[in-house]
Design a protein around this ligand. Structure first.
Ligand code: GDD
Ligand code: MN
Length: 259
């Protein structure tokens, strides 16, 4: 099945992609990690492969929050393999939350586009879809959506599905942000747009994703969407706990009251 899909679209030549993505474009991928020792080598390899095959200029910034499982050592090895111009390590001492990990990583990014994604292979690497979409509509943001078109979620239990749907549903009703997946975290931003949004954002944890899209709408930035399949992780476990749910609700109500 998969190989048929691949054959149907003609292979894109390196040159063709370079025309679509001018030489000056550079993509910085932010990969926040907390206990992702098993996943990191694979996701980095997939990214390197997909970027090099399409002749796209990139860097991968790994933001590890002092993972006790030794993720940082793995990241150092990857840096040796792929080079320090491609793999940047911007670790922090301890677990300080997902939202601030992106902010920390972004400060070191040299690309004019920033791609944010999870490091646990839940976001299957089709970063190409994101920059093609961006070029198509010259969007400020391209957001991966599980809740539109061919997008979906695989491997979650009912509880997790309800949490995600619930968070999206509540936010849609209270804030009407006009995007279909508000809590997803596979996105591409123009760097200056991300900087502007971060300036306005107050959340620190998972709620960050939702606040970013809501603020983007307020500031009239354009958002393109690409359907993505989110596949639950095989290795390690999710860091989304009760605390994150409480802070999501607090964040949502704060935004409702202040915007
Ligand atoms: N540096 C750092 N610090 N990284 C973190 C932290 C942190 O405090 N917490 C989580 N991460 C990293 C993980 O290592 C992983 O690469 C990514 O952030 C996502 O964490 P998961 O724990 O795998 O999240 P999830 O699968 O439960 O949730 C996903 O789906 C949600 C939407 O339903 C994520 O994509 C969320 O961002 C998203 O809101
Ligand atoms: Mn995950």
């Amino acid at each position: 099945m998969a190989s048929l899909e691949v054959r149907r679209s003609p292979p894109r030549s390196r040159r063709e992609l370079e025309v679509r993505s001018p030489r000056r474009d550079r993509y910085s991928v932010l990969l926040p990690t907390y206990n992702e020792r098993e996943n990191l080598p694979l996701i980095v390899w997939l990214l390197v492969k997909s970027f090099s095959e399409s002749g796209i200029n990139y860097e991968i910034i790994i933001i590890d929050d002092g993972s006790p499982d030794g993720t940082r050592d793995v990241a150092e090895q990857l840096q040796e393999i792929y080079g320090s111009d491609r793999i940047l390590l911007k670790p922090r001492e301890k677990k300080l939350g997902l939202g601030t990990a992106y902010i920390h990583g972004m400060k070191h990014a040299t690309g004019n586009y920033i791609i944010i994604m999870d490091a646990d292979l839940s976001h299957h690497v089709s970063a190409n879809l994101f920059y093609r979409k961006q070029k198509e509509g010259n969007f400020d943001i391209v957001s991966g959506t599980r809740y539109k078109g061919s997008g979906g979620v695989y491997g979650w239990d009912l509880k997790r599905k309800i949490i995600s749907r619930g968070a999206n549903f509540l936010t849609q009703i209270l804030l009407r942000p006009g995007a279909s997946d508000l809590t997803g975290s596979f996105r591409l931003y123009r760097k200056e747009v991300l900087e502007k949004l971060i300036e306005k954002c107050v959340s620190k944890g998972y709620v960050f994703q939702m606040e970013m899209i809501v603020r983007a709408r307020q500031l009239n930035y354009t958002i393109g969407e690409v359907p993505i399949s989110f596949v639950d992780r095989v290795y390690g476990e999710s860091k989304l706990g009760g605390n994150e749910i409480v802070s999501f609700l607090k964040g949502l109500l704060t935004l409702f009251a202040t915007t």
